[in-house]
Design a protein around this ligand. Structure first.
Ligand code: NAI
Length: 331
């Protein structure tokens, strides 16, 4: 592909970006023949660190990098952006109330949403990673009325990959043979990792997960809580939050958004709700989607049993509360 694409990564001096940038310039996200202008945004206090990252990018000598811009200015960053990956966010500090966190992030995503609205390419695809990801994505989208709502998404692919990995470990199969698990709702501990529609490719054929793992108690219990609490488990073990796996999930999300999903394969993406599965418009909610020609479609008609309904409703109400608290800061 001879056209260069402009890829903005925010939080570019942080730990996720330190893996993500190298996935992107290797070709894992946009393919091996897509030249990239890399635009790295961070805050002024991080600019020295960011210059070090730029030196390392140069030293990788990857041929896909056509140029690198390192900036602290949102206008410079988002001008003509084709892809915007918003990783940078205000972390929760000791003693910080939940409302302080929502307020600080509302301010960041309001400014970035507005800059995307005013300066980015009108077809820009936006992925919000910085937490609270669903609500930050909603704020950015709300502040970008000239960009179609469906161009804003948030990352739940890490949760999706974690769910696949847990199923593969339990069933003792390769993770590539696990398909169509779903993450519903918020990227938080109320998310609902759902294995009911998933299947495993066994040598004997396509087999529902519940026919391979014949343990409903595990599928409706430990499987769900392990995925919900995986981020916290990594922080407690590593003393740092997940970074390489987050970068891999971001790469998967953007890759599939651009190139599409294989026939019959669902992936999980936080996208604007449209009434599907009883989730009214107005929030960014993780759904199972299929993707074709750069456009995702929420998978329709999946059965929702009472157990699932309760979990989906609970993560939905958390998102409504987050929205109500955060939006008082953007008026
Ligand atoms: P980090 O703290 O290592 O890096 C964050 C970077 O963002 C820092 O360099 C910081 O200076 C920068 N930043 C802060 N405000 C900014 C602004 N207004 N503009 C540009 N840059 C700004 O954090 P890490 O580990 O890279 O994580 C980043 C975010 O991703 C966190 O909010 C984390 O909670 C979230 N996350 C989300 C996941 C998901 O699945 N949705 C998974 C893992 C992390």
């Amino acid at each position: 592909n001879s056209e260069i694409v402009n890829v903005v990564i925010t939080g570019a001096a942080g730990q996720i970006a330190y893996s993500l940038i190298f996935n992107v310039i290797k070709g894992d996200m946009f393919g091996n023949d897509q030249k990239i202008k890399l635009v790295l945004l961070d805050i002024p206090a991080m600019i020295d660190g960011l210059r070090g990252v730029v030196m390392e990018i140069e030293d990788c000598a990857y041929p896909l990098v056509s140029s690198i811009v390192c900036t602290t200015d949102v206008k410079e960053a988002f001008t003509d952006a084709h892809y915007a990956i918003l990783v940078g966010a205000m972390p929760r500090r000791d003693g910080m109330e939940r409302s302080d966190l929502l307020k600080a992030n509302a301010a960041i995503f309001k400014v970035q949403g507005k800059a995307i609205n005013d300066y980015a390419n009108k077809n820009v695809k936006v992925l919000v990673v910085g937490n609270p990801a669903n609500t930050n994505a909603l704020i950015a989208s709300t502040c970008a009325p000239n960009i179609p709502k469906e161009n804003f998404s948030c990352l739940t692919r890490l949760d999706h990959n974690r769910a696949k990995a847990q199923i593969a470990l339990k069933a003792n199969v390769n993770v590539k043979d696990v398909h169509n698990v779903i993450i519903w709702g918020n990227h938080s501990s109320t998310q609902y990792p759902d294995s009911r529609c998933g299947y495993i490719n066994l040598p004997t054929g396509k087999t529902p997960i519940s026919n391979v793992i014949k343990n409903d108690q595990w599928l409706q219990g430990e499987f769900i809580t392990t995925v919900q609490k995986r981020g916290a488990a990594i922080i407690s073990a590593r003393k740092l939050s997940s970074a390489a796996s987050a970068a891999k999930a971001i790469t998967d999300h953007m890759h599939d958004w651009v190139f599409g999903t294989p026939e019959g394969e669902y992936v999980s993406m936080g996208v604007p709700s449209d009434g599907s599965y009883g989730i009214p418009e107005g929030i960014i909610f993780s759904f199972p989607v299929t993707i074709k020609n750069g456009k995702y479609t929420i998978v329709q008609g999946l059965p929702i049993d009472p157990f699932s309904r309760a979990l989906i409703d609970s993560t939905h109400s958390e998102l409504i509360q987050e929205k109500t608290s955060a939006f008082q800061f953007i008026e």
